[in-house]
Ligand binder design. Structure first.
Ligand code: MG
Length: 158
């Protein structure tokens, strides 16, 4: 069996007047993430992990912020496109694991919904997707609630 591993990272700035979308789930909060698309940092980190596993570059190359086509884009649609690149090459997702770093809001109540949403997008089981949430212990920009960051790894098999 062939296996490949990839990792991804993303960070977006928190601002008022934006929805907070993480893992495709609309999470009630006073602030949301700023970005060209829906700024879903978790989904973006997962996309980069999938691309990285096959040395296909990064999401900036496929969905450039300079392209008006991706303004306000639903990152689940982008994730589906990245997954198709993986499947076109005969690879399947074994599992994904991730960490979201957010001082607020508490993400634990939303993790199950995020796993379900990502699993639906990727047509895999929620059990194949790990999502962990942690604070930044009030340290640095993440700790000051200036942004939310996410790390992801993806294991592919063929
Ligand atoms: Mg991003």
């Amino acid at each position: 069996m062939n296996i490949r591993i990839g990792n991804g990272y993303d960070i977006h700035r928190l601002t008022t007047d934006r929805k907070l979308i993480l893992g495709g789930v609309d999470i009630p909060h006073t602030h949301g993430l700023l970005g060209h698309s829906d700024a879903d940092a978790l989904t973006h980190a997962i996309m980069d992990a999938l691309l990285g596993a096959l040395s296909l570059g990064d999401i900036g190359g496929y969905f450039p912020p300079s392209d008006p086509q991706w303004a306000g884009a639903d990152s689940q649609v982008l994730l589906k496109q990245v997954h198709q690149l993986v499947r076109d090459r005969g690879w399947h997702i074994s599992n994904i694991d991730s960490v979201v770093i957010a001082e607020r809001p508490k993400l634990k109540p939303h993790i199950s919904a995020m796993r379900d949403r990502l699993a639906t997008t990727l047509t895999i089981a929620p059990e194949q997707i790990g999502i962990k949430a942690t604070t930044h212990e009030k340290l640095g920009p993440l700790g000051r609630e200036e942004g939310i960051a996410a790390y992801a790894v993806a294991l592919l098999q063929k």
